[in-house]
Structures are given as structure tokens and as C-alpha cells.
Write a protein that binds this ligand. Sequence first.
Ligand SMILES: Cc1ncc(COP(=O)(O)O)c(C=O)c1O
Length: 437
Amino acid sequence: MTRDERRLDLAESLRLWDEAVELIPGGSQTNSKRPGNYAFGQYPVYAARAKGARIWDVDGNEYLDYVNGLGPISLGYDYPAVTAAIRDQLDRGTISGLLWPAEVAAARALTQVIPCAEQVRFFKGGGEATAAAARIARGATGRHVILNCGYRGWPDTWSAGHDDAVPPALSDYVVSFPFGDAEVVESLLAQHRGKVAAVFLGLPYEAEADAGYLADVRDAAHAHGALLVYDEIVTGFRLATAGAQEYHGVVPDLAVFAKGMANGMPLAAVVGRREVMSAAERLLISLTFGGEALSLAACTAVVREFRERDVIGHLWRTGRQLMDGLNDAADEVGVPFRSSGYASLAAMRLDVPRERQDEAWFMLLAECARRGVLLRRGGLNNVTFAHTADDIAETIAVCREAFKVLHTAGFRGAATAADGRQGVGSQQVGIGSASGG
Ligand SMILES: Cc1ncc(COP(=O)(O)O)c(C=O)c1O
């Protein structure tokens, strides 16, 4: 049986999921990994193992993976130099009452590659780190209001107004704004004059940002005595090693990194200028697992690989091959699909009516999974250093077949112009995100 004809046997995945929903509220720890977000019943749920660009599910099916943990896998699964660094640290210890040198080494490594990083604090998750960055910004400026663009994670800091379990009063302290118009930021700074601690920015993924906008936001923030903070959780170790600040050349005062920095180990960091970061000395920002040494050893190894090899060049080249190949295939077949944005983490959209979005995405993800490729609704397509040109060619061929199925089902025509963004996640103001959450 060719891959084209295979109908996935997912019996063990589905059995485990039945057990999970009994034991775990929502069935999983990450909302975006709930199988209902993919093509439930026709897309794997549980992994058995992963290596390089490939993952095997618990039923023995093999796939080329573009989800990659929602972004953390930057070099590829079980990347030898990172695995060796983890093993070496594991042989010596993971956490203790004494500090491990791995903490200093990882902090040093980050300060060597991230322009705004003079000091570093480590965390376990991205949302936890963005909440810490908010506290540091507030502590450093003595102000409480934050202007925020994009998804920052689940902590109360960011969830007022999105979640009825969070005291609504907190929403007075975080004001959301859409990406793209510096005058909006300027007017919010004026409206909250003297009260804004920081402007938090995450980039949208559907189109490349304009560096001029970033510079205007930085200048407006600084003119009002506020800090500029980048959420580089997705962009770090993807657009460039140091993320948006390196790629676009506009450097913030503080930045938060997570996903790609430790190739899948649970690590996040707030980095920034010494005079701002030093506020963390006196603030209550403390976690037992903050110095967990396996993740820190992984991070140092990741930074070394990014410095010594052309990882970023590879992510862009393979990402570009994938983006162009998917768009060409969609045009040839005649389906309204578009991949866009930064090629190393490309977004995808289907320009079909809102009421048919679920059906179209289900079909695309299921048809690709059955042929051995795992994609995620909206992207982002997280290529890794392990994806080869042949892998990408295979993926494009698979997607072409999936597009044909969509075409037969009546999803026909061309994608709309660049800003017709029906199918993409709610990066701008919503609580969800195209990258995770
Ligand atoms: C831009 C951005 N910020 C923050 C977060 C939250 O990170 P975490 O899920 O590690 O808490 C995410 C998660 O996807 C994200 O994409």
C-alpha cells in the first residue's frame, strides 16, 4: 500500500486520549496540543519517539514533523550535540542546593549573542517569563501600566478580560493594542502619561514587520519614559539567533526568549540591559527549578551550534523552499491556500468562507497526516536544522495531493491578496496564538 492509500491506524492514540480526558482536565497540558485543534480521528495524538525531522506515533506511523512541539525544536529532535550536553550534565546532577556552573555558562552564552542582553534570569515557561518581565519593567520604572500587543501566555498578568477567573481590575493595568500603527501606541502613551512602565511587542507572523514601525514604537516608548520589551519566544532562534532584534535591527530594553533556545528542554529567559534587569535583585522573582541544569546545559549547546553552524541560514533556506513550493502547488491545483510571513516560521491560511474554515483545515491536516506529514492549522511551519531539501520536496508533493482532495471537495480558486487573513490565529489581540498557548 502506498502512503497515498494508507488510512492511518490510530487505535492506541485514541485509546490513550480516552484515558487522558478522564484524568487530565482538557486532556493535555497545552491547549494548542488538544487533538480537537488538528483533525481528530485522522491525525495522531500520542508520540512514541522522535529523531531529526521525523516523529513516530504510538501506533507505529512515521511522519515528517512541522509542528515541532509548537516551536521549541529548532535543531531537530535528539540533536547529537545537545543530547550529549544533557547526558553529560545528567551524569553529574540535575538540581541541588548548590548552584551549577551550567547557570553561569548559559547566561554567558546568551549575553554573547543577544544584543540587548547584559543580564539574564532563567525560567521554565514562556508565560512565566513574560510575567516576570512585566514585574521587572514595573519595578525598574516604578509604574504599573503595560501596553501590550499579542499573546504573552496564561498568567494573570495577561489574562484579565479574557478569562472570567481573573480579577477584572487587572485589566486596568494591561492595555492591548494592534500591531502596525505607531500612532496608536503614541496616543495610548499620551492617554496614560507618566504611568506606562513598558510597551510589550510580539511580532505578527502572517507578514514581515516593518523595522520603521519597531523604531517608532521604541522612540515613542522612550520619549514617555517607558521601556520597550520584545516577546522573542517564537522569533528567537528562528528569525535570527537573537530573534527580531537582530533580524530587524531595532533593539529593545528587555526581551523574553523561550521555545527554540534549548531545543525542546523547558527553559525561558528574561534578558536585558543591566540597569533594568537589576530590579530583579529586590523583586520577588524566584523559582525552585530556575537553575535546573539539564535545560541550561542544552541552552549553552544550542547557542554554540547556532554560532558555529549556519543554522539560521538553513532554517530560512528550507523554510523558503517550503513556502514557495506550497504556494506554487496550491496555485497549480487551484486552491485558495497561502503560506506567508517569515520563511523560517511560515504562517498558512486558507481563504475559504469562515463557516467552512474548520472543514477545510480538517481535510488538509488529515490528508497530509495520512501521507506522512504533520502540519498545524495556520502554521507556523517550524522547519528545523534537521529538515533536508529532500524532506521539503516530499512535503510539497504530499501537500499537492492534499490540495487536490480539497479542490475535489469544492475548495477552489486563488488566495486573496496579502492581507486577506481569514485562516490565521488570533495573534493580534486574542488570548490564543498561532504559535502555541
Ligand atoms: C509569543 C508567545 N509568547 C508567550 C507564549 C507563552 O509561552 P509558554 O506557552 O511557554 O508559557 C507563547 C506560547 O506559545 C507565545 O507564542
